[in-house]
Design a protein around this ligand. Structure first.
Ligand SMILES: [Zn+2]
Length: 298
């Protein structure tokens, strides 16, 4: 809600959605209707990492002598910043690695994607991609009838398996290219339970490597005492987050968002011309040469 529906609608159109989208909070729940073709086209913008290329179906028409009668020349335009595209792809790699599209992990290659299940199970989705190929899968009725209410009918449980089977054939001879991080992307080990920078005392199973736009990474370390019950500590953190810093408090509880660089707005991150200012307390360590990120202690 901090970002707001108008910015989401604007980004969706820039990425390639051409249907009308209602600028309302329920947008994220599927209240506007889009087609699988649009979804594939929009995710292609994230996969390519910056450029939007409108879809087309006929590349060239030749006569029987091979003379070109008509030819489509792709129109490319810069839609979003490469950093933003990479962060989206990185998030969606997490959906495959540890989220609702885990089934697709068996393809054993760099893969990103997003599942979706709309109100009343009317639409089930999975749009998955490699750096070179996007495919969108949808299940539903074209008269908006519900597919039924069993809780196990979701995009993840119902669509991802057949998407995976089809893609296993399509991708079998394709190179296993990775999503490449552009400049101004940094990686930090994060305690996924607290959302703060991980400490060596955080359980290893909590620690994930997260990607950030330079200057937007959290700078505060995990405040949880992992030897004690976590539930009440998280509740306290959330309450503090909602109330904001208490005047006179010895040490206000910082959150990942509040500790990030306040001068970088969502609009600046989306724009490819953003300039960075790195907070003074930003951990200085970047990735090691082997791609791992060291724990950074101050
Ligand atoms: Zn922790």
């Amino acid at each position: 809600m901090k970002i707001g529906p108008p910015l989401v609608v604007d980004l969706a159109h820039r990425a390639g959605i051409f249907s009308h989208l209602d600028s309302v909070p329920s947008l994220g729940l599927g209240s506007s209707v889009v087609s699988p073709l649009e979804m594939a086209n929009a995710f292609g913008t994230f996969a390519i990492g910056v450029i939007h290329v409108p879809h087309y179906t006929i590349e060239r028409v030749e006569d029987k002598h091979g003379r070109v009668l008509e030819e489509h020349v792709p129109q490319e335009r810069e839609a979003i910043s490469p950093q933003f595209a990479y962060l989206l792809s990185y998030l969606m790699e997490g959906v495959v690695q540890q989220g609702t599209a885990r089934y697709a992990k068996r393809l054993n290659r760099p893969l990103a994607g997003k599942t979706g299940t709309t109100n009343d199970n009317k639409d089930l989705w999975f749009v998955g991609f490699t750096p070179d190929l996007v495919s969108a899968a949808w299940m539903g009725y074209d008269d908006f009838t519900s597919l039924g209410r069993p809780s196990d009918i979701t995009g993840g449980s119902t669509v991802v398996p057949w998407w995976t089977e089809i893609m296993s054939q399509i991708l079998k001879d394709k190179p296993k290219d990775d999503f490449l991080a552009p400049d101004r992307i940094v990686f930090r080990p994060i305690d996924k339970i607290s959302g703060f920078l991980a400490l060596p005392t955080c359980p290893k199973s909590n620690v994930i490597l997260e990607a950030y736009h330079q200057g937007m990474a959290p700078t505060t370390y995990c405040p949880l005492d992992h030897s004690k019950p976590i539930g009440p500590q998280i509740a306290k953190l959330l309450a503090a987050q909602q109330e904001g810093p208490t005047p006179g408090a010895e040490k206000p509880v910082a959150t990942p968002s509040s500790s990030a660089n306040p001068s970088s707005t969502p609009e600046e991150i989306l724009s490819s011309s953003s300039t960075d200012s790195i907070p003074n307390n930003q951990p200085a360590g970047e990735e090691n040469s082997d791609g791992s990120t060291p724990f950074i202690l101050e």
